[in-house]
Design a protein around this ligand. Sequence first.
Ligand code: PLP
Length: 420
Amino acid sequence: MRTDTLEAARAMDAADPLSAMRQSFLFPPHPSGNPPVYLCGNSLGLQPKGVRQRVNDELDHWAKHGVEGHFEGDNPWFSYHEPLSAPMAHVVGAQPHEVVVMNALTVNLHLMMVSFYRPTPKRHKILIEASAFPSDLYAVASQARMHGYDPKEAVVEMHPREGEETIRTEDIEALLERDGEQFALVMFGGVNYYTGQAFEMERITAAGHKAGAMVGFDLAHAAGNLHLKLHDWGVDFGVWCSYKYLNSGPGGVAGCFVHDRHGMNPDLVRMAGWWGNDPTTRFEMPREFVPQRGAGGWQLSNAPVLPMASLSASLELFTQATMPALRERSERMTAYLVALIDGMGADRFRLITPRDPSQRGCQVSIQTLVDGRALFEALGQQGVTCDFRRPDVIRVAPVPLYNSFEDIWRFAQILREAVG
Ligand SMILES: *Cc1c(COP(=O)(O)O)cnc(C)c1O
């Protein structure tokens, strides 16, 4: 049976119970009146319909209780962040006390490096993937500088082999085998934002630990996308934002994972603030900081309730759908997308994302061998929302929580027409 027809795409949607989750999201209408084809969840996830009510509930709570809102009601602000840990822990494969929702992503990355990048003259280097997200590069370079090291020497970028787009895990292992004693920290993205490569975090963690380094991941493009098992993999720390695949809205509050073996150690060096203090004495304002056990012990400030209200509406959908089921659907979706693109001929497009579904998440990065910018604009005029990265890459991310096989078919159809 042909799968490249609208009927086939609709049949795949009809056969999958997760397709119903789409009803829980708001899709921005397109001015042309064409059905919106939103494939940009890797940049900003769509708004769950439940968000508005959750945020309104907190506005009402504030209006009704004022300062007493910290302790009144079913969900008092004093502990508002606490019920977010368990659903977030499901998303990243952790125990609830290993996860805390706080701050923003780059802030959390710095806080984690304060604790887990403890360089010595002999062992002070940081290993990061080449073409990492700029914020990550700035963060690691500034941490190296803060400790008195020259980032040009201290920050080592792992490159793909000549002529290849993505990094081989065996090359990371070989580098750490050879020069491992120089590295204090291995800090990779979980999924590279540009190529869409999903790194083999379990193997990278094992290799980093074997070399004696700490291992952390920036999971901005992995949380809510891959089936993560941070606890079982033994990752030291993880950080991620919630506005991409986790749909919490622009600038939403971020996540942070600290492995149990560190979280239970109150002596670990950290930046301290009152919200990280043991909650049983937090409001007694003790002079001595007593860190809460678990990732919560890295909190600094009281919780931003409104963005957390928004996040809670989205996390509820992840709890319903579950990560293993979403991941399974995602692999089918990207396989479908790749098959449709391949059907258009190898002379027009080249994938820089790995072809093996286990080595990618939902994002597929398409290198256009035609005028990429013009093509991207033509897609936009027909109702496709995706993004463009210079010089010639279009990133599309069918999100298993709200995209459909029909969306993928429509995207391919519009792409085919646009290249003529
Ligand atoms: C999206 C993204 C960021 C953005 O950082 P913020 O602190 O949320 O502004 C940083 N790093 C990576 C890898 C990202 O994908």
